[in-house]
Design a protein around this ligand. Structure first.
Ligand code: SAH
Length: 186
C-alpha cells in the first residue's frame, strides 16, 4: 500500500464499517467532497442532509453534486450543524464532520468547539443503534488547538456502554496531522 490521504483513509473506514448507509448528514459541507462521497455510497433512495454556515460553501458543494448528477439525494441547508435536529428527525445511519475552515475560504469561519460539541451531542442522539459518526479534527496553524483540546476529553467521557470511540493517529506525519475519529453507537 502506498501513500494514503487521511480523508481517503477515513472514507475507507466508513466503507468498511458502513458500506451502504441510507440516511446521512454531512455536518460540514464545505466544498462538497464528503457530500459527494456520501452520494456515491448511499443507495438510490438514500437521503443526505448537507449543512454549512457559509453561502459560498453551500454554493460550491451544490455545484459539485449537480455536476455528478446526484441532486435528488441531497438537501442543502445554510445553517449551523448545532441545529441539525431541526432538519432531521429520522434515525440516521451516518454523520460526517470535517472540522476546521473551508480550504481557500475565510479561516475565521472555522468550526469552534462550543457549537461542535453541541452538534456532536445532537448527532449522537439522532444516530440509530448501529450508526456511525466520524470526525476529522484539525489542529495547529490557523486552526489552533482549542477545538481538539476540548473535543478529546469530551469524546473520552462518552459512556462506553453506549458508544465505541476510536481515535486514529498518523503517528509520524509532521505538522499536527488531522485526527480521524469514529464513534459507533451500540
Ligand atoms: N468537508 C469539506 C471541508 C469542510 S471545511 C470538504 O470536503 O471540502 C469546514 C466547513 O465547516 C467550512 O465550510 C465552514 O463554513 C463550516 N462550518 C463552520 N462552522 C459551522 C457550523 N457551526 N455548522 C456547519 N458548518 C460549519
Amino acid at each position: 500500500m502506498g501513500r494514503i490521504a487521511i480523508t481517503t483513509w477515513c472514507q475507507e473506514r466508513i466503507r468498511q464499517f458502513m458500506p451502504e448507509p441510507l440516511v446521512c448528514i454531512d455536518a460540514t459541507a464545505g466544498k462538497g467532497r464528503d457530500t459527494l462521497f456520501l452520494c456515491e455510497i448511499t443507495p438510490d433512495d438514500g437521503h443526505i442532509l448537507a449543512m454549512d454556515i457559509q453561502e459560498e460553501a453551500i454554493k460550491q458543494a451544490k455545484e459539485r453534486i449537480r455536476r455528478a448528477g446526484y441532486e435528488s439525494k441531497v438537501e442543502f441547508v445554510l445553517d449551523g450543524h448545532e441545529h441539525m435536529d431541526h432538519y432531521m428527525t429520522d434515525s440516521v445511519d451516518l454523520i460526517m464532520f470535517n472540522l476546521g475552515y473551508l480550504p481557500g475560504g475565510d479561516h475565521k469561519k472555522a468550526t469552534s468547539y462550543p457549537t461542535t460539541i453541541e452538534a456532536v451531542k445532537k448527532g449522537l442522539a439522532l444516530l440509530k443503534a448501529g450508526g456511525l459518526m466520524t470526525l476529522m479534527i484539525y489542529s495547529g496553524g490557523d486552526s489552533g488547538f482549542e477545538e481538539r483540546e476540548a473535543l478529546l476529553p469530551f469524546l473520552q467521557d462518552l459512556d462506553s456502554q453506549d458508544f465505541t470511540v476510536i481515535v486514529e493517529s498518523f503517528y509520524n506525519k509532521p505538522n499536527t496531522p488531522p485526527l480521524p475519529v469514529y464513534i459507533l453507537k451500540h
